[in-house]
Design a protein around this ligand. Structure first.
Ligand code: ADP
Length: 176
């Protein structure tokens, strides 16, 4: 399934198959691999990805770091570390917004045009999907309003429920 509203696209599927200039990884702060989408990206990219990640010496929550994509169809991986959901009063939304903002800032600095995001923090890290979707859309929309180099931001939904959440929230007012 696919919806496309100017520079925002929502699809269902596996992010490791997405042909974007960069895909974003929901990593942990060690950047040395893990479960969920992180494990899938490392498996698909091959061991060279872990070798490059070791050189980065981790990443802070809310920040992001760039590597090559190796065997992935995407040329680059932007590794970002989402917050663990702890009830909502521990700066979770600010940190999650930082993940989206920093990932797009890195892509823009590198002159990348297309970036695909998974639902950062919405798996093992337990961030409620609706709240995470609101942060993702508002942060990406805000970024794109001040950026002309990115041509497409793709939200990759791993399940139909997430696809519906994004679909329902992207309306004419969010067109960027
Ligand atoms: P986190 O630790 O940040 O919560 P997870 O990897 O556990 O990260 O989950 C983040 C989101 O990515 C979840 O919504 C999960 O369903 C989704 N996901 C898991 N595997 C993939 C994949 N291969 N492609 C796209 N999304 C995925």
């Amino acid at each position: 399934m696919l919806i496309n509203k100017t520079r925002l696209t929502v699809i269902t599927g596996d992010i490791t198959n997405v042909h974007a200039d960069a895909i974003v990884n929901a990593a942990n702060s060690s950047l040395l691999g893990g479960g969920g989408v992180d494990g899938a990206i490392h498996r698909a990219a091959g061991p060279e990805l872990l070798h490059e990640c070791r050189l980065l010496h981790g990443c802070k929550t809310g920040d992001a770091k760039l590597t090559k994509g190796y065997r992935l169809p995407a040329a680059y991986v932007i590794h970002t570390v989402g917050p663990v959901w702890r009830g909502g009063h521990h700066e979770e939304s600010k940190l999650l917004a930082g993940c989206y903002y920093r990932s797009l800032a890195i892509a823009s600095e590198k002159a990348l045009e297309t970036v695909a995001f998974p639902g950062i923090s919405t798996g093992i890290y337990g961030y409620p999907k609706e709240k995470a979707c609101d942060v993702a859309i508002s942060t990406v929309t805000g970024f794109l309003q001040n950026d002309t180099s990115l041509t497409e931001v793709i939200f990759v939904c791993f399940d139909e429920e997430s696809f519906r959440l994004y679909n329902d929230r992207i309306n004419p007012e969010t067109i960027v």
